[in-house]
Design a binder for this molecule. Sequence first.
Ligand code: PRP
Ligand code: URA
Length: 209
Amino acid sequence: MSNVYVLDHPLIQHKLTYIRNKHTGTKEFRALVDEVSALMAFEITRDLPLEETTIETPVMEATTKVLSGKKIGLVPILRAGLGMVDGILRLIPAAKVGHVGLYRDPETLKPVEYYIKLPSDIEERELIVIDPMLATGGSANDAIHSLKKRGATNIKLMCLIAAPEGVEIIQKDHPDVDIYLGALDEKLNEKGYIIPGLGDAGDRLFGTK
Ligand code: PRP
Ligand code: URA
């Protein structure tokens, strides 16, 4: 069963409050999503493996540490996942970025895939799928299926806010995928929005609607 981590660092929680607030405008919303994504990336990379290396400092030879594991790939789910990319890249600038385009059909709430472009070596990378919202879980679930179909074996999912329904579907269909959240909210409403949530992440990020 996948692990679920709610990243309760005070800075993440503080900024999430402003992200949720309906009076926060597009410019500030975008900046906050960027900042929270960087803070979350700091937490989710805690377990990256290290190996020893030898270097020369200006003073002497020293044995120090460098990252040793798989290279990282970010996979934002379009559109709203794009808002999280730059914050994470500030910490992991060498990561490659793939894109999966999905939107939720407003009637059926089922995801429709319209675009996919991935680094050629995804099977060798640790992939972090990013999307601000994990609501019914349909979009993230389909994105992960798409990545696995193309050879990915090492995947984490990172979202700002999730509903229990979304967490459940990922745990059922992808027990190998650990889930990292800023908050686990109460439930979905009848339109599939997370309660209390933050509204429509794509619209708030890009100023549409
Ligand atoms: C939002 C959000 C997720 C999805 C979550 O995208 O960014 O991708 O909904 O809902 P789910 O867990 O029920 O699938 P949306 O479909 O609104 O598309 P957009 O990012 O293009 O606005
Ligand atoms: N997508 C969003 O952007 N917000 C929600 O609350 C649910 C799905």
